[in-house]
Ligand binder design. Structure first.
Ligand SMILES: C[S@@+](CC[C@H](N)C(=O)[O-])C[C@H]1O[C@@H](n2cnc3c(N)ncnc32)[C@H](O)[C@@H]1O
Length: 577
């Protein structure tokens, strides 16, 4: 073995008791680990232990070679407990239980051997994952997916723990009591009954929760070692020393089984200068995944996502299917659908399509450009609600137990806000794009071309231009009057034929109810018959009966979409979106 230098650690604001990391590294080297001597380990309060290049590192040779006797693998757990893990559920459950035993039962055979490693693993009080937050701290996440998932996952972890611990006859009465209490009472919140001790009984849920966090935050895929022979791709192992590397997005690294040396290696493609941190890459993870699995979140995380959960009427899911919309994440129990909005794709096509279908009129057998646009308005309302929720939540005070927790919670909430903001901005761009492509006729253009009509509105409503219609709230009335005027013919400018065609279509099928007449009567009476004598050149010609306004109302529903940003009303021909 190469002679290696002894490691010293800069324990500035260290959480670890003096010398634990140094002792651990020495233990690894004494057992044959190779660590490039240009690397040193440091520690700080925010990111814990991490590796730094003391000198520039340009070669792409392995920086670490860890002999397999230092790895914690499933076979050790199987040997110890004399059982094979159950084939369903978490393939790492037995190994996690074994890790809890190594750590919290020092009579366990291999505890002494692994002690230097077990001593550098974070303890319950320094972990920032929400699984370890108090109920009071979790209250700061009220209304977020993160809270829902934290609670849901904690519940399923309790079952996982109880199954594996009972399978090796490890549980005592207190464990059974804990299991029954957390599983049976709907009111019981596991976070309230957790003790959070640094030396729990090895078979307790607390010990298992710690071990399962150690796996989520530092285990590597067993696939590296077993390749295609692996039973389950989620099977994992602990990789001492290499698990001291922190994460950064986008770093090119590789982990390899070196069969000739019976070791596992770590290599990075990054060219490192003196003082640079040597990072691992944990994968493209959202802040929610990072926070739950690793106890930190990255500000400006390029892989961040949020989940928008929408519940639909039961029969609606069938309609989506019929319309050819494929939904990835449906829970049929409560007919809800989860949509993933990401930094890279804040407005998934599925989502806008679903809203296009929901805003279809019964007269539209398929989603139309109009229904699609109407859908964007409804969707934007939902996104804006989410956005204002996260805007309020980002005022989150430093109320959490540690600055690390507060920082991560803020990064998570800011990330969620950013995605909803981008989704809302994308909706506006999407609306503009549809309008550009569909080239609908604008009522503003029609209005401007019709001086006699504008003059008639000056006399009736006191408006002289389109913006006055908006300011005084007469847009709907003007649209009704114009549609009826169009059916009476004689306009001096070109109007698309589909507007009158739709009017005739509605006229041929409409059944006018008493309620329709009651709805339109106040508007009608406010103008007619006075207007007929006041402006006979327009309102004295053709048919201006109330029924025509009722029909015009339906024409507006079918053809007109008003942009919420510009307040411009557009006529869209009925076409599949
Ligand atoms: C595999 S360990 C890395 C070594 C770790 N720093 C330690 O002290 O043992 C993963 C943990 O390191 C911390 N960590 C890793 N990358 C980080 C980052 N980019 N920012 C903040 N903390 C990070 C988190 O606490 C995470 O759970």
């Amino acid at each position: 073995m190469l002679e290696q230098r002894r490691f010293t650690i800069n324990e500035n604001k260290s959480k670890m008791s003096g010398g634990a990391v140094e002792h651990f590294v020495q233990w690894a080297q004494d057992n044959g680990a190779y660590i490039d001597d240009k690397i040193e380990f440091k520690e700080n309060a925010l990111t814990g232990v991490h590796a730094i290049a003391r000198k520039s590192i340009k070669s792409s040779d392995p920086l670490f070679k860890i002999p397999k006797i230092l790895l914690l693998r499933r076979s050790l757990a199987e040997e110890h407990f004399g059982v094979k893990p159950s084939s369903d559920g978490n393939p790492n459950a037995l190994l996690q239980l074994y890790l809890a035993k190594l750590k919290f039962d020092n009579t366990c055979q291999k505890s002494a051997f692994f002690k230097p490693y077990l001593d550098i693993l974070p303890n319950v009080n320094t972990i920032s994952s929400p699984y370890f937050w108090t109920a009071q701290e979790l209250a700061a996440l009220k209304g977020t997916e993160l809270l829902i998932k934290t609670k849901r996952n904690l519940k399923s972890l309790v079952s996982e723990w109880f199954n594996v611990a009972t399978s090796v006859n490890a549980t005592d009465e207190e464990d059974t009591q804990f299991y029954l209490e957390s599983a049976s009472s709907p009111k019981s919140d596991i976070t309230d009954i957790l003790e959070r001790s640094n030396s729990p009984k090895w078979h307790s849920f607390e010990a298992y929760l710690w071990a399962s966090y150690i796996f989520s935050s530092r285990a590597f895929p067993e696939l590296i070692l077993e390749g295609s022979a692996i039973d389950n791709v989620n099977q994992a192992f602990l990789f001492p020393v290499v698990d001291l590397l922190n994460h950064a997005n986008g770093k090119k690294v590789s982990w390899k089984d070196n069969l000739t040396e019976n070791a596992v290696t770590f290599t990075t493609d990054e060219k490192l200068s003196a003082g640079d941190e040597i990072f691992n890459n944990y994968g493209d993870k959202s802040n929610e995944e990072l926070l739950m699995g690793y106890g930190f979140a990255s500000p400006n995380n390029a892989f961040d996502t949020t989940t928008l959960t929408l519940r639909f009427p039961q029969d609606q899911l069938g309609t989506f299917h019929k319309m050819g919309i494929k939904l990835d994440d449906v829970s049929t129990g409560d007919s809800s659908v989860n949509f993933t909005l990401s930094v890279q794709s804040p407005l998934p096509a599925q989502l806008t399509k679903v809203f296009g279908v929901m805003n279809k009129l019964t007269s539209e057998p398929f989603p139309t450009t109009r229904s699609q646009l109407e859908g964007t308005v409804q969707l934007n309302g939902i996104l804006d609600q989410k956005l204002s929720f996260f805007k309020d939540a980002s005022k989150l005070k430093d109320s959490l137990g540690s600055p690390e927790k507060s920082k991560s919670a803020k990064a998570y909430i800011t990330g969620q806000k950013r995605i909803y903001q981008e989704a809302s901005d994308s909706i506006k761009k999407y609306q503009k794009k549809i309008i550009k492509e569909a080239k609908p006729i604008s009522f503003k253009t029609l209005f401007k071309s019709d001086t006699p009509f504008v003059n008639s509105l000056t006399l009736t409503f006191g408006v002289a231009k389109y913006d006055d219609l908006l300011a005084k709230g007469f847009l709907q009335q003007a649209l009704l009057l114009w549609i009826v005027r169009n059916t009476n013919g004689g306009l001096q400018y070109k109007v698309p034929e589909f507007i009158d065609a739709t009017f005739q279509d509605v006229a041929a099928t409409i059944v006018v109810e008493k309620e329709d007449v009651q709805e339109y009567m106040p508007f009608y009476k406010s103008l007619f018959p006075q207007i007929t004598t006041k402006i006979p050149e327009i309102y004295g010609k053709g048919d201006w009966g109330i029924k025509k306004f009722i029909i015009a109302g339906t024409v507006i529903d079918r053809l007109v979409w008003t942009s919420p940003t510009s307040q411009e009303a557009f006529f869209f021909e009925k076409k599949a979106a």
